[in-house]
Design a protein around this ligand. Structure first.
Ligand code: HEC
Length: 109
């Protein structure tokens, strides 16, 4: 009997631990909705004076985000865009870029 209560406690801790872990895990879709969709559109279609992300691919988005964050995106780089990139951790940038990379070009849909 004692053996089983030990196991029960162990599973309980594992449950709490995995729940806490899940909460801290960056979520690309959520990060995108909260930080990018307002300007780039919910499917990366772009807008007035905002380039589309659809069809760019995760790798290009990630590279560009790093350039904005490091201030290497050129003298005309949008300051709001640079601030957004800087506000994300490299991990968060990777998740959001992966998500943005799933947007197909409108003509490929
Ligand atoms: C305040 C509006 C705004 C927000 C919010 C924003 N962007 Fe941008 N983004 C822009 C503008 C404007 C440009 C073009 C800037 C330039 O000319 O350098 C741009 C450029 C980019 C580019 C380069 C596109 C290209 O064709 O070179 C990428 C990639 C990008 N944004 C990704 C993101 C991601 C990912 C997020 C969310 C973390 C985000 N942006 C949030 C306005 C925004």
């Amino acid at each position: 009997m004692k053996k089983y209560s030990f196991l029960a406690v162990l599973f309980c801790f594992f449950g709490i631990w995995s729940f806490a872990g899940a909460r801290e895990m960056p979520n690309g879709a959520r990060l995108y909705a909260e930080n990018c969709a307002g300007c780039h559109g919910p499917s990366g279609e772009g807008g007035i004076d905002v380039p589309p992300l659809a069809g760019m691919g995760a790798e290009s988005v990630l590279k560009k985000l790093a350039m904005y964050a490091e201030g290497k995106a050129g003298p005309y780089a949008d300051p709001e865009m640079a601030a957004k990139a800087r506000a994300l951790t490299p991990d968060e940038r990777a998740y959001v870029a992966y998500y943005a990379g799933t947007f197909a070009q409108p003509w490929n849909k």
